[in-house]
Write a protein that binds this ligand. Structure first.
Ligand code: ADP
Ligand code: TRP
Length: 326
């Protein structure tokens, strides 16, 4: 059975980029009963940038609730990364097959350096833990946004190096990218990311959502003049959430003129409200019933641990260590 796996960091509430780039594609793939799907909350990765324990816990539940609200099939294994200690052990083994130079060239790491953040060993070795997440479950496909391609390349290279040393051990994973979903832009026009505070939280009530959308900077083209949809962040976001006819009609309004950015922002708010109306309802009810979310996580963690231990046992044996449980 093909295994599919993806994770979302517990560094904030899930946003439109997470939903379109990774969560909805995974939910879609999980409809196929011939695929075994693993969805997890990367709460260990989150520690690299979020030391606040209470917040990390809150976001962990919010991401789990979002998975469930989006209609994650019952058979999907949903779990918290931190509840599977095999990942940390695996990460150590893999780190010994990861060239230092590859880590130093990782975009995500260079980006944090550029932001002037102080870099911990955890942040530097972040891609190795990600490789462990994937290889531990022998996942063949990994639905992620384009920004994660480099991490997936590194995962494949680590797996390949290990296989060359010891014979076939790991499945080489492929990134599963939604070609039609470009990188979703944030309210400042950069990539939407929890680490830039530019996210759109689709589960907010309408007026709060509108406030987030109002932050999007637009140019100073006068209301009467035609506007360029191709350079407008509001339009780019609208294209991600509205249907084809709606997009064509907004496009017309832009190029004709007489249509202002405030109206476009209202249209974007309504499109998001509509598209996620039922998911929003379910999300709120899960957030008021965390016992149900917790139950689903615990059940997933039991299954994930058993599968992870199979791979870990093989790897321990391959590396010449004892294989019995401690
Ligand atoms: P963030 O950048 O907000 O911290 P994560 O790193 O937890 O988000 O990303 C989780 C998943 O969501 C990854 O597969 C990532 O590629 C995807 N993703 C995040 N932001 C975007 C975006 N702006 N557009 C498309 N996909 C995204
Ligand atoms: N690094 C991913 C991100 O920031 C999150 C993640 C951690 C992940 N482990 C993973 C994604 C394994 C896919 C598979 O988006």
């Amino acid at each position: 059975m093909t295994r599919i796996l993806t994770g979302i960091q517990a560094t904030g509430r899930p946003h439109l980029g997470n939903l379109l780039g990774a969560m909805l594609p995974a939910v879609g793939l999980a409809q196929d009963s011939k695929k075994q799907v693993f969805c997890f909350i990367a709460d260990l990765h989150a520690l690299t940038t979020l030391p606040d324990a209470a917040k990390r816990k809150e976001y962990t539940y919010a991401i789990a609730a979002a998975w469930l609200a989006l209609g994650l099939a019952k058979q999907v294994i949903l779990y918290r990364q931190s509840r599977i200690p095999a990942a940390a052990e695996m990460a150590w083994y893999l780190s010994c097959f990861t060239p230092y130079a590859r880590l130093a060239h990782a975009h995500a790491f260079k980006d944090k350096v550029q932001q002037g953040l102080s870099i911990s060993g955890g942040l530097f070795t972040y891609p190795i833990l990600m490789a462990a997440d994937v290889l531990l479950y022998q996942a063949a496909q990994v639905p992620v946004g384009k920004d994660q391609l480099q991490h997936l390349e590194l995962t494949r290279d680590i797996a390949h190096t290990f296989n060359q040393h010891y014979g076939p051990t790991f499945v080489l994973p492929q990134a599963h990218i939604q070609e039609e979903t470009p990188t979703v832009l944030g309210t400042d026009g950069r990539k939407m990311s929890k680490s830039y505070q530019n996210t759109i939280d689709v589960f907010l009530p309408e007026e709060q959502l509108y406030k987030e959308i109002m932050r999007i900077p637009t140019d100073s083209t006068p209301l009467a003049a035609p506007k360029n949809p191709d350079t407008c962040t509001v339009f780019s976001l609208y294209r991600c959430v509205a249907d084809e006819d709606q997009v064509a009609s907004l496009h017309d309004r832009y190029v004709t003129g007489g249509y202002g950015y405030a109206a476009a922002k209202r249209a974007l708010t309504s499109a998001i409200q509509e598209r996620f109306a039922s998911a929003r309802k379910r999300f709120n009810s899960y957030m008021h019933d965390l016992a149900t979310v917790e139950q689903r996580l615990v059940a997933g963690e039991e299954r994930a641990r058993a599968i992870a231990m199979e791979t870990l046992t093989t790897v321990r044996a391959t590396l010449g260590y004892l294989t019995d449980s401690l």
